[in-house]
Design a protein around this ligand. Structure first.
Ligand SMILES: [Zn+2]
Length: 194
């Protein structure tokens, strides 16, 4: 789970996300089994409009497991960090939305406010995870403090995928390099096997 910096929300969302959340909350309270539908804006569903800027800020990598490319296109999904069932008002809140692959979209654990967010100011990859250069996977950092290992274990099922694609492995050095820019000496990573 690579750290990223969240960009500003699209202008059309600023004045609307709260009202859309209230609408969804109302629908849900009337009918607890109501299905969430993205609201429409100018004739387009909101998720279609939000995917491009959400993908751009992670360079089209999944926000959680880092998989790239996330394909086929139908696998592009938007994850609600705070679940839209329990936090209906945040269903369209920019800071609650993450570009995510279908693997990570599956629910692995109960929602917990302490779950790691890749765009949190105090999130530091090395405190929780390590790259496995031979497999092209992200693993739990066994040298981390017990508390941090517990946090990363809660993301383990998301952060690590059993069969990284060849394209992901090819992109790994590029990814590492961009990650290393923010860290002293971060660019001298060993090369990946091809
Ligand atoms: Zn993923």
């Amino acid at each position: 789970m690579r750290k990223f910096q969240r960009v500003n929300q699209p202008a059309f969302l600023v004045d609307r996300w709260e009202a859309w959340g209230v609408d969804w909350e109302r629908r849900r309270s009337k009918n607890p089994s109501a299905k969430f539908n993205w609201p429409q804006f100018k004739g387009k569903p909101l998720n279609e409009l939000l995917l491009p800027p959400l993908k751009e800020q992670t360079q089209e990598h999944c926000s959680f497991c880092d998989s790239f490319p996330v394909s086929p296109p139908s696998d592009d999904t938007i994850e609600h960090f705070r679940p839209k069932s329990s936090f209906p008002r945040e269903a369209c809140r920019w800071e609650n939305l993450y570009f995510c692959c279908r693997h990570c979209q599956r629910k692995f654990e109960e929602f917990d406010e302490a779950l790691l967010r890749p765009d949190a100011d105090d999130y530091d990859f090395d405190q929780y995870f390590r790259w496995d250069y031979t497999q092209g996977t992200i693993e739990i950092n066994e040298h981390a403090s017990v508390e941090n290992r517990n946090y990363s274990a809660s993301w383990g099922a998301r952060a690590s995928r059993p069969h990284p694609s060849a394209s992901r492995r090819r992109n790994f050095p590029i990814h590492l390099n961009s990650y290393g820019k923010s860290k002293a000496g971060g660019s001298d990573h060993p090369a990946l096997p091809t």
